[in-house]
Design a binder for this molecule. Structure first.
Ligand code: SF4
Length: 384
């Protein structure tokens, strides 16, 4: 999701292209007012002119029914419309607003995402469930009521959307809470109760390591159960900006072997068997090198290198083993070992090099391996 003002077309287009370039496959924009609803038309136009056909999702709260109805081109410029049923309007007109929103989605043939968040849960449903729970002999913990309310709100909104004429297969659902266990339980319940695709994520996951770890745990638990069709990491951005969310999602999918985005690096944590920092520096340098080279390999038409496993290991204990299990690996010498690094390719020793030459020799080996293995063959059978 972008965090630029949607009214600022230039900044928003720039951020969308940045997200797309790191691998985002769907971008959501906040559309809080008329000015941003108008901007969406220009944002779509500029992206098309630049050759970015990334789908855009409009994020609406409170006034989505009005903006979509009143701003020419807004609905048509979007690929999906997100509505939060807890925020469709004030209590007395909530249902009418929701009905209008659904009619517009239907008229424009746009799928919607019913996006329930515990922070903006439908108060009627929460109050009803809280009161019923309080009347129980042994009331459930408050977290369990929260989960039930989120799930109930999502299921209720799906039923209403279908009742108001939207095809069931035009609905995607999310039900996010900000703690891992509740989020996982809510999605498990939703997967049992509805057939719609689920957009999964942990909302308001937080800053830095805490946000990344919590998000990864929640997403992984669900994906390992086969739950989840689109995913998002909701991180408070620090120095790495918005693209960190995309990278976290890619790493989760790659760790679970559901998708491949970039070569995997196997590197050991180091221990008292090596007092050298060479392998740590080498692991970091090779990681950066692969990140830098991947777009160029793609540009050259190489394919499949995302599946490559590269090992950088610290000593003889696990170095030869891990390096030979990788497509290409290097095992550095630990303390007291002969100061020679061994490069492996597909399980076989390729060459031994001096430690001082490890980076250059390993990079040359990687380039050679990638070209031979993933390079596009030209008419003479030579990799180009
Ligand atoms: S490979 Fe060697 S240096 Fe690395 S963690 Fe294992 S024992 Fe320690």
């Amino acid at each position: 999701m972008t965090d630029t003002s949607t009214e600022d077309v230039r900044m928003t287009v720039s951020q969308i292209t940045e997200l797309y370039n790191v691998g985002s496959e769907l971008v959501r924009l906040a559309i809080p007012n008329v000015a941003s609803a108008k901007s969406v038309v220009n944002i779509r136009k500029e992206l098309n002119e630049l050759g970015y056909d990334i789908p855009l999702v409009g994020d609406f709260h409170y006034n989505g029914h009005k903006l979509l109805a009143e701003v020419n081109g807004c609905a048509a410029s979007l690929d999906k419309l997100r509505i939060n049923p807890g925020n469709a309007g004030s209590k007395h007109d909530n249902d009418e607003n929701f009905k209008t929103f659904i009619k517009i989605a239907k008229d424009y043939n746009k799928p919607i995402r019913i996006g329930v968040n515990y922070g903006s849960i439908d108060r009627d449903i929460l109050t009803k469930l809280t009161d019923a729970n309080a009347r129980q002999k042994v009331p459930m913990p408050i977290n369990a009521v929260a989960v039930e309310a989120v799930v109930e709100s999502a299921v209720h909104a799906v039923d209403k959307a279908v009742e108001y004429g939207l095809e069931p297969n035009m609905i995607i659902v999310s039900a996010k809470l900000s703690d891992v266990n509740s989020t996982v339980t809510a999605y498990e319940a939703l997967a049992e109760r509805i057939k719609q695709p689920l957009h999964i994520g942990l909302t308001e996951a937080g800053v830095g390591l805490k946000g990344i770890v919590s998000t990864s745990v929640a997403l992984s638990a669900l994906l390992a159960e086969g739950i989840g069709d689109t995913i998002r990491a909701s991180l408070t951005p620090l120095q790495n900006g918005r693209t960190e969310e995309v990278k976290v999602c890619q790493n989760v999918l790659q760790a679970l072997e559901l998708r491949q985005f970039a070569p995997s690096i196997t590197s050991c944590p180091g221990c008292g068997r090596t007092n050298s920092t060479s392998y740590k520096n080498l692991a970091a340098d090779i990681t950066r090198y692969l990140e830098k080279r991947l777009p160029e390999w793609r540009r050259l038409g190489y394919s499949g290198m995302e599946k490559m496993i590269v090992a950088v290991m610290g000593c003889v204990v696990n170095g030869p083993g891990e390096s030979s299990h990788a497509n290409i690996g290097i095992s550095l010498p630990g303390s007291g070992e002969n100061p020679i690094c061994t490069i492996y390719e597909n399980g076989k020793v390729k060459e031994s090099v001096r430690e001082s030459n490890a980076y250059n020799a390993f990079v040359a080996s990687i380039e050679d391996y990638v070209k031979r293995t993933y390079g596009r063959l030209n008419t003479k059978g030579i990799s180009s």
